[in-house]
Ligand binder design. Structure first.
Ligand SMILES: Cc1ncc(COP(=O)(O)O)c(C=O)c1O
Length: 509
């Protein structure tokens, strides 16, 4: 163990709050701050080369070119970069990210985009087609997710309704903002609290951060599912909603939605189901005979749900659907103003102008694929995932976490560093997701992994990577220490600082 590792271990034994405070105080001393900043820069310089693979190869524009460039030249340059960036996901080396990826499907979506590139749903008078596409995307998604079983109430006010957003995060932000505003208006709650399992997506933390909501994170059980009793204990008079995932991003497990929703209903709370990953898979998995616990609007206490068209809905990147039980809740999402000199203004989601072409592409993807298409895709994905899950479980030294269907998280036995296995996989072109608490890695299986030979290649590369790490257990790498540090270091501020500087670098021309 070197000095740094020893120090990290010793720091790990101290109470986290004490170390964090000490770090905050130390950072106020100028020479300490400079020293820390230099350390950050050293770490980031080593990452910069990876972030800038094109430097020196293509022209860099930090100001407008004096005269416009030739369109053909611009396109050729962009195509050259795309060509290099495509093969990794096309050949199935990437976890999640591209969910369909067949050339003919992508070409179809691109044609739809090209037809609608000027369309802005903010101007529904100019483009009524955009409103039609969005209304139908919402209706089709709702119907797929149990809306038909929900009672519509008098004049349909309680029917499931929704909105098209820019992605899973925006759908979640919109739902949580709606709960906050409803709790304020109807229950007078000024200090709102949201209860989530620790495994819920980071978007909920973002929502709490943006909207001044206190986030209560409840640890999950050994099966990585939300802990019902602990959730019940966390409810206070300030609670606005409960959250469950179907399935969760880290371990791909489905929370006990039915029980959580009953708990929410009994306490007069909202219940959001994050089906961003599962919304377009689970309904078909159920029809295919897989054991899918109830998670959608067939469960009476479920009051909102997010499902991503741009994941397993196989649309182009940039759309998701947020659904609500009843128009009254959706209205808390809306924004209107009648005072603006710019005229009567209303907008249902966070953005003002929006890319109507993406809503059109979501609609086109859904109607071109249809029920049979989604069912076939789900069958292929779940077959590939079953093969991968069994192969991982059979790899000595690795163990699958939870009971996943297609997001397969796995950890390593004591003495085998899972992040070094991930790194060894990245040397074999694989791009997997590193997770912590506990330290593990996951592969989110998509249609790319259902292509012939891909699952088998993943498993043979995984076995080779495990063997390689076992053969040289003490060798360091570039990614492993960062994940290792994030998993152990109590000074979370250091990790946040590094992430902020990483984002600064992304914006550097
Ligand atoms: C379960 C879950 N919820 C929410 C999100 C956020 O979606 P997006 O990245 O589209 O904002 C993701 C993304 O992977 C997810 O897996």
């Amino acid at each position: 163990m070197n000095t740094k590792e020893r120090l990290q271990k010793q720091l790990g034994r101290l109470p986290a709050s004490l170390v964090t405070k000490a770090f905050r105080v130390a950072k106020k001393i100028p020479w300490v701050r400079d020293q820390i900043e230099r350390e950050y820069q050293t770490m980031l310089t080593s990452m910069e080369a990876q972030m800038r693979p094109y430097s020196g190869e293509f022209a860099v524009f930090s100001r407008l070119p004096a005269a416009g460039r030739d369109r053909g030249e611009v396109l050729a340059e962009m195509a050259a970069m795309q060509e290099r960036e495509t093969s990794r996901w096309r050949d199935g080396y990437v976890s999640g990210a591209v969910y369909h990826g067949d050339r003919a499907h992508i070409d179809f979506l691109s044609q739809v985009y090209a037809l609608h590139s000027q369309v802005n749903p903010l101007h529904s008078d100019l483009w009524p087609s955009a409103a039609k596409y969005e209304a139908e995307v919402i209706a089709m998604t709702a119907s797929m997710l149990g809306a038909d079983a929900a009672s519509p109430g008098p004049d349909g006010a309680d029917a499931v309704c929704g909105a098209v957003s820019s992605g899973g995060t925006e759908s979640i932000l919109l739902a949580i903002k709606s709960y906050r505003d409803r709790a304020r208006a109807e229950r007078g709650i000024r200090r709102p609290e949201l209860i989530i399992p620790t495994t819920a997506h980071a978007a909920f933390e973002k929502a709490a951060h943006y909207f001044g909501i206190k986030l209560i994170k409840v640890p999950v059980g050994p099966d990585f599912k939300a802990d019902l009793a602990a959730t019940a204990r966390a409810i206070t008079e300030h609670t606005i909603a409960l959250v469950g995932s179907a399935p969760s991003f880290p371990h791909g497990v489905i929370d006990p939605i039915e029980a959580l929703a009953e708990l929410a209903r009994g306490n007069g709370l909202g219940m959001h189901v994050d089906a961003c990953l599962g919304g377009f898979v689970l309904p078909w998995a159920e029809r295919l005979g897989y054991k899918v616990p109830p998670f959608d609007f067939r469960v009476p206490g479920v009051t909102s749900l997010s499902a991503d068209t741009h994941k397993y809905g196989y649309a182009a990147k940039g759309t998701s659907v947020v659904l609500y039980r009843g128009r009254a809740l959706r209205r808390y999402q809306y924004f209107t103003t009648t005072e603006w000199p710019g005229g009567m203004y209303f907008s249902p989601t966070f953005a003002g102008s929006r890319p109507g072409a993406l809503s059109a592409a979501a609609w086109a993807a859904m109607v071109a694929i249809g029920e049979q298409g989604y069912m076939d895709a789900t069958r292929k994905i779940l077959d590939a995932a079953a093969l991968i899950r069994a192969g991982v479980a059979a790899t000595p030294g690795l163990r699958v976490l939870g009971d996943p269907l297609w997001v397969i998280a796995f950890a390593a036995e004591e003495g085998l560093d899972i992040f070094r296995v991930m790194e060894a996989m990245s040397h074999r072109r694989w791009n997997l997701n590193g997770l912590h608490k506990p330290a593990c890695v996951h592969l989110c299986v998509t249609l790319r992994h259902a292509e012939p030979g891909v699952a088998q290649r993943f498993l043979s590369d995984l076995r080779a990577s495990v063997d390689e790490v076992r053969a040289s257990p003490s060798e360091g790498g570039s990614i492993a220490p960062v994940y290792g540090m994030a998993a152990t270091i109590p000074v979370r501020g250091v990790v946040s600082d590094v992430l902020e500087r990483y984002m600064d670098l992304l914006y550097k021309a």
